[in-house]
Design a protein around this ligand. Structure first.
Ligand code: FCB
Length: 482
C-alpha cells in the first residue's frame, strides 16, 4: 500500500494541536538492528544481539532480527514513505558489524556503500540525515573480548567513528555517537534482559564509563575527520519519583535510581564529573569516581546538541521485587533493595509504561535546573509508544491512542520550553517520533508496535497508520518558509 492512500483515516480528535516554533524540526527515527534484517548480507559480521537472540528464552516468542522489516532490501520504498510523510529529518543508525565485521580494521566496502546510498537517497528526497553510530549492535568479536566492560571497546569505537566520518562526513546533518548508554548498562550488563545478558547489578558500572568514553573518543574522531554536521549524544531521561514521598527509604532509593538511570550519563557529558550520592549511598558509585580526570575531559568534549529520549517516568519503592514486562523477567532485580512501583493513576502503553506527558515537561525542567549554562540545543531524538495495532478490513490502522500520545507529548514539551514555561531556557530545536515503522523491539521481539507505519511481519507490507497521517498533516500545516 502506498502512503497516499489516506482512505477514511481520522486524524483529528481530543488531543491538542502542538504549536511549533519557527524552524522547529520534525522527524522520525529507527535503528539498524531493529529494521534492517539482511544480517548475513553484504559482508556483515555477527553482533552481540545476534548471539543473544539465539539463546533460548532471551527474546519473546523466540523472535529474531534476521529479517526484521527487511529494510536492507527496501530502502527506496522506505525513503518514499519518509518523503511522503514530509519529515525534515530522519534518524537512522549505522550497524557497526556491517562496517567492521571484526570490530576493528579496514572498512567493509559493501557495508559503507549501503549507508552511502541511503544518505544520498535521503538528501535527494530533501530529508536531513541524522546518523547514530552505536544503537546497541556491538560486533560479536568485541563482545567476546568483554564488550563494554573492556576499555579497549571504547578505543575501537573511536576508530569506527573515524571510518564512518571519513566516508559520510560531507553529507550527514547530525551525528549521534551513542544511543542510550543507560539502557545498555542497566538492561544489558546489570539485569541481563538485553544483550549481552549479564546480571552484574552495580558491577555493570564500568560498562557505563566505557560507553561514555567511547562517546568522547567518537566526538574527537568525527571532529578530526572535519565532518560537516553537528555532533551530540542521545540519553534516555526518565524523571524519578519516590512511591511514597514521606518514606525516607523510598526517597533515598529514588535518588539512587535517578543517579544510575539519568545523572551518571548526563552529568559527565555536560558537567565533566560523575554525581555524588548522599550518606549511605555514597560508595555505590565508587567504580565511576575512580575514573581519571583525563577520561572525564574526553567525555565532556563540548557538543553541538544534546539528544534526549523520553518515554515514561519511573516510580521507585524500597523493598525488593523482580521486574516483569514484555522485555523479559529481570530476576536479578530481586537482589536490589528497591523495586519499580506502578503508577495506577495513569493509562499504560502496550509495554505497560505509564502515559504521563506532563513528566516530559519535568524531564526538560530537570535538564534546565541541572545543566543550565552547559546545555547545548536539545533535540528529542525519540518519543513514542507501543500499542497492539491492527489493519482493519478497510485497510486503515486507526491508532488513535498513539496519535493522542504523540500530540500530548509534543505539546507538553513545547509548552515547557516556551517563554514563561517551566523549562524556559532549554533550547529545544526538534522532535523525532519513535518509530518510522513497527520493528524488532529488542527482547520484546515483534510484540510491541511503535511505528507510524504498520509492518506485516509475514508479508513485510507497510501500511501507514492514522498517526502517520496525523504527523503528515501537522508538517503540512506549517507556514511555508520562503
Ligand atoms: C529506546 C530505544 C529504541 C526503542 C525504544 C522503544 O530505549 O532506543 O531502540 O527500543 O526504546
Amino acid at each position: 500500500m502506498t502512503a497516499d492512500s489516506t482512505l477514511s483515516v481520522q486524524t483529528e480528535g481530543p488531543w491538542p494541536v502542538p504549536v511549533l516554533p519557527e524552524g522547529f524540526s520534525l522527524g522520525a527515527a529507527t535503528a539498524a538492528y531493529q529494521i534492517e534484517g539482511g544480517t548475513r548480507d553484504g559482508g556483515r559480521g555477527p553482533s552481540g544481539w545476534d548471539a543473544f537472540a539465539a539463546l533460548p528464552g532471551s527474546i519473546l516468542n523466540g523472535d529474531t532480527a534476521d529479517v526484521a522489516c527487511d529494510h536492507y532490501h527496501r530502502v527506496p520504498e522506505d525513503v518514499a514513505l519518509l518523503k511522503d510523510l514530509g519529515v525534515d529529518a530522519y534518524r537512522f543508525s549505522v550497524a557497526w558489524p556491517r562496517i567492521q565485521p571484526e570490530g576493528s580494521g579496514p572498512a567493509n566496502a559493501a557495508g559503507l556503500a549501503f549507508y552511502d546510498r541511503l544518505v544520498d537517497d535521503l538528501l535527494a528526497a530533501g530529508i536531513a540525515p541524522m546518523a547514530t553510530l552505536y544503537h546497541w549492535d556491538t560486533p560479536l568479536p568485541l563482545e567476546h573480548s568483554g564488550g563494554w566492560l573492556n576499555r579497549a571497546t571504547a578505543e575501537r569505537f573511536g576508530e569506527f567513528a573515524a571510518v564512518v566520518g571519513d566516508a559520510l562526513g560531507d553529507r550527514i546533518d547530525k551525528w549521534v555517537t551513542v544511543n542510550e548508554p543507560a539502557t545498555v548498562t542497566l538492561n544489558g550488563y546489570g539485569l541481563g534482559i538485553h544483550a549481552p545478558g549479564k546480571e552484574l547489578l552495580f558491577d555493570a558500572l564500568p560498562a557505563a564509563h566505557h560507553q561514555l568514553l567511547a562517546h568522547g573518543l567518537a566526538v574527537q574522531a568525527l571532529r578530526a575527520a572535519s565532518v560537516a554536521g553537528g555532533i551530540g549524544i542521545t540519553n534516555v531521561h526518565s524523571p524519578v519519583s519516590p512511591a511514597d514521598p514521606s518514606s525516607p527509604a523510598d526517597v533515598l532509593y529514588a535518588e539512587l535510581f535517578d543517579a544510575v538511570h539519568n545523572r551518571i550519563f548526563a552529568d559527565p557529558v555536560l558537567l565533566g564529573r560523575y554525581p555524588q550520592l548522599p550518606g549511605e549511598l555514597a560508595g555505590m558509585l565508587d567504580a565511576l569516581h575512580a575514573a581519571p580526570q583525563t577520561d572525564l575531559d574526553v567525555i565532556s568534549e563540548p557538543l553541538d546538541f544534546y539528544g534526549l529520549n523520553y518515554y515514561a517516568p519511573t516510580r521507585i519503592a524500597a523493598g525488593s521485587g523482580a521486574e516483569s514486562s514484555p522485555d523479559g523477567i529481570a530476576a536479578a532485580m530481586a537482589a536490589l533493595p528497591f523495586r519499580l512501583a506502578d503508577w495506577p493513576e495513569y493509562p499504560t502503553t502496550g509495554f505497560g509504561w505509564p502515559v504521563a506527558p506532563e513528566h516530559f515537561g519535568t524531564a526538560l525542567e530537570q535538564m534546565r535546573d541541572r545543566y543550565a549554562g552547559h546545555l547545548p540545543p536539545v533535540y528529542i531524538t525519540e518519543n513514542g509508544a507501543s500499542f497492539p495495532d491492527e489493519v482493519a478490513d478497510s485497510g486503515v490502522v486507526q491508532d488513535h491512542r498513539r496519535v493522542d500520545f504523540l500530540a500530548r507529548h509534543l505539546h507538553s514539551a513545547l509548552e515547557a520550553v516556551k517563554p514563561g514555561g517551566r523549562a524556559e531556557g532549554v533550547d529545544l530545536r526538534g522532535w523525532f517520533a519513535w518509530s518510522l515503522m513497527d520493528n524488532f523491539e529488542w527482547a520484546a521481539g515483534y510484540s510491541q508496535r511503535f511505528g507510524l507505519v504498520h509492518v506485516d511481519f509475514d508479508t513485510l507490507v507497510r501500511t501507514p497508520k492514522a498517526s502517520y497521517h496525523w504527523l503528515r498533516g501537522l508538517i503540512r500545516s506549517r507556514p511555508r518558509t520562503p
